[in-house]
Design a protein around this ligand. Structure first.
Ligand code: SAM
Length: 308
């Protein structure tokens, strides 16, 4: 699901060159499109969308150095990095792994909000909320405790699929998400007592100690490079005996990587270490795929961490 946003250059001629370039790009004439984009950036040197598109085309053409130059211009021209140029630089190995630009995540999901459920559930067989539900039930059953939670927080709640899955098990549910359009969809479910637009770590920081019994994050850690701040804040916000359940994509190597789909993948050992470092006990860690791409289940994990 690529973002496709247009930030005008403010120069009519440059914008028109960009439109022609996109026409050529769609028709498969990538060198011709690149020429027109260079003309557009000559006319408007800070034309972020043209630089980003040029980087994309250069990368497709295998022109790595030229792609890097173009992506750097796109990033420099838009501090919020709504196109995600820095991510592209990370994927090309030209920038160290870092947090996902929040402006990019917000634009991505604002664009995606209306068709999210159909695209993810119907097209990719998305099953993140069901995986969390099954995992939480199994941990509670093993502990011989009821699977009912008074106060829960749904991190990166999106359109509210997790709320629908947990509706009967949770009394008071709070949803937090960066994307206002996703929050609108979540509100329409009627399942949330509170909803807030914002970053998950900031949202958790605003919550008192020991104020939640359950924290859920389905398909969200794939947008989080460093698990430590989320785990540390979750540990603080959870009451004794509370659970933090999350899914993530994974890989056979070590640590965290940015995958081809521009989502982070966390190795199982890395998840285990991060959970322990946050002072939580790992109750469950299983290989489970949350989505299927091109008929292949994307390798994933479901984890449940408990506060002692
Ligand atoms: C793939 S969707 C999953 C939505 C929902 N959890 C579900 O299972 O259907 C990922 C969501 O996480 C949100 N998100 C990603 N990074 C975030 C962050 N740092 N803070 C808040 N929300 C974030 C996105 O805006 C998006 O709505």
């Amino acid at each position: 699901m690529p973002t496709r946003i247009f930030l005008t250059s403010g120069d009519l001629m440059a914008d028109r060159r960009y439109d022609f370039a996109r026409d050529l790009q769609m028709k498969g004439d990538l060198p011709g499109a690149a020429d027109l984009l260079l003309q557009a950036t000559d006319l408007a040197p800070n034309f972020v969308t043209a630089w980003f598109t040029l980087g994309d085309i250069r990368e497709t053409l295998g022109e790595r150095d030229a792609a890097i130059t173009a992506f750097r211009k796109a990033w420099a021209g838009d501090p919020d990095d709504r196109h995600g140029a820095r991510l592209r630089l990370m994927r090309l190995g030209a920038e160290p792994l870092a947090a996902m630009p929040q402006g990019y995540v917000q634009v991505l999901f604002d664009q995606y909000a209306r068709r999210f459920n159909a695209a993810l559930v119907d097209d990719l067989g998305y099953r993140g909320p069901d995986l969390l539900f099954g995992a939480v039930l199994s941990v509670r059953a093993a502990a011989r405790k009821p699977a009912f939670f008074k106060r829960a927080i749904d991190l990166g709640c999106g359109t509210g699929l997790v709320a629908t899955a947990f509706a009967k098990e949770v009394d008071h549910l709070i949803g937090i998400d960066l994307s206002p359009r996703m929050i609108e969809q979540a509100r329409a479910t009627g399942c949330y007592a509170e909803l807030e637009v914002g970053d998950i770590v900031q949202g958790l920081r605003a919550r008192p100690d020991s104020s939640a019994d359950l924290i859920l994050a389905a398909d969200v850690m794939i947008y989080v490079a460093d698990l430590a701040p989320v785990l540390a804040e979750s540990s603080r916000v959870l009451a004794a005996g509370g659970l933090f359940a999350f899914t993530t994509e994974t890989h056979a190597g070590e640590g965290v990587i940015l995958g081809a789909g521009l989502r982070y993948a966390h190795a199982a050992a890395h998840v285990r270490e991060a959970v322990e470092a946050a002072g939580l006990n790992l109750s469950l860690l299983e290989d489970r795929s949350a989505r299927t791409e091109e008929n292949i289940p994307v390798p994933g994990l479901v984890a449940v961490a408990a506060k002692g």
